[in-house]
Ligand binder design. Structure first.
Ligand code: SF4
Ligand code: SF4
Length: 67
């Protein structure tokens, strides 16, 4: 299992994103992107993700699922 983010549910603000710090594998990062709706994106590095599910529990917008 890996974590995937539904960008439509995510406000993509690095200052409010809880999972940037709670991922034990440091697999989640914020990337500024002027082309993105909110000016940035939260990205999950699937090579690092071990499917622990911590981000699903912590996500402020219930935007992350394991599959
Ligand atoms: S906690 Fe979840 S919904 Fe909130 S900003 Fe981070 S990835 Fe997006
Ligand atoms: S499932 Fe675990 S390892 Fe994967 S991104 Fe979420 S918190 Fe990080």
């Amino acid at each position: 299992m890996k974590a995937f983010i539904n960008e439509r549910k995510c406000p993509a603000k690095d200052e409010i994103c809880l999972v940037l710090t709670s991922c034990p594998q440091n697999a989640i990062a914020y990337h500024p992107d002027k082309a993105a709706r909110m000016g940035g994106r939260i990205e999950i590095d699937l090579d690092r993700c071990d499917g622990c599910g911590q981000c699903v529990a912590d996500c402020c917008g219930k935007a992350i699922e394991l599959r």
